[in-house]
Design a protein around this ligand. Sequence first.
Ligand SMILES: *Cc1c(COP(=O)(O)O)cnc(C)c1O
Length: 384
Amino acid sequence: MEGLALRLFKKSPVKEVAFTQKIKQLFNSPPNKNNWDGLIHAYKPWLPVTKKTPIITLKEGGTPLIEVKSISDRIGKGVRVYVKYDGLNPTGSFKDRGMTMAISKAKEDGCEAVICASTGNTSASAAAYASKGGMRAFVIIPDGYVAQGKLAQALVYGAEVLAIKGNFDKALDIVRELSNKYPITLVNSVNPYRLQGQKTAAFEIIENLGNAPDWLCIPMGNAGNISAYWMGFQEFFKAKKSKQLPRMMGFQASGSAPLVEGKSISNPETIATAIRIGNPVNKEKALIARESSKGNFSSVTDTEIINAYKILGREEGIFCEPASAASVAGLLKKKEDVPKNSTIVCVLTGNGLKDPDCAIENNDSVFHKSVDPEISSITKVMGF
Ligand SMILES: *Cc1c(COP(=O)(O)O)cnc(C)c1O
């Protein structure tokens, strides 16, 4: 580069130095990454914040949109499939997008403690942002149904964790009542600031693609995220930042599919614990998103979820948690309905590292145990 600069600016040493520096800057700093200050900074005009709002951030958002050819190839018809890899947020799930808003607003209101019910990721995120904001966090989880990584996070981030003998829906009833009676802020997705923060993922997708996709495939638990995406897509469409709105395609696990079956499920069951929810709090909003986007809700079995989970890992190098794989499993299930040459985004809501037990039990790799530490034994196992 310096040689090129020299040849171009032989006569002017001053320009030469400036030019070399410029080129060095261009090559050393990939756009965005170095000056990304979190989603509130990036999208301030679109969010309910003022100059007085203390911004509590771990630099969430700005996650990659990755093309996944192995999925496009399985669908054919010239379709392009991308994943929005939100498992790369600071605590490993999209919950951070909502939590930076909820905790910043709680701080602005002088709140000193927050509470949530959680299938795991909300508690990890609430615990992290509360600690960053100097608040206490209480989290109520269903005993035995939270993935190890998520529990580990909540404990390390310093939350007070209460495991109850009951499911998520029961835990949510309890925290709603507590937050009504005591001076403690509820940070579940009934908190409206959560959805405000989460809608920014739709903004990022539009900025990456230059338009909204034709379909957005997304897993649904409490259905806050699908509602938030729909809000984001509509806002950018109205502002003429996209030429179209996507169809909102929501997917639930078949043992836990209240929005597909049209009724609450009292004992939801699925390997995808993050979406093991029988009575979604954002049901009304999600139904509106489906209606107004001409979308569709369907269910996928645990077997289909694990199949998609394995494809993403083995063929794309992307490790997501089982709940996230529901979006890809759903797309594969609906492949007959996919329009020719369409662009599709599947949301990968959480990181695979959160649920190591699921990973160890569900993969097609060969794990040779107790191999002798001898070259001859190793080469024999390797097939040489
Ligand atoms: C919370 C969560 C979901 C479900 O999101 P909702 O807004 O409750 O529908 C899906 N996947 C992961 C990994 C989650 O943490």
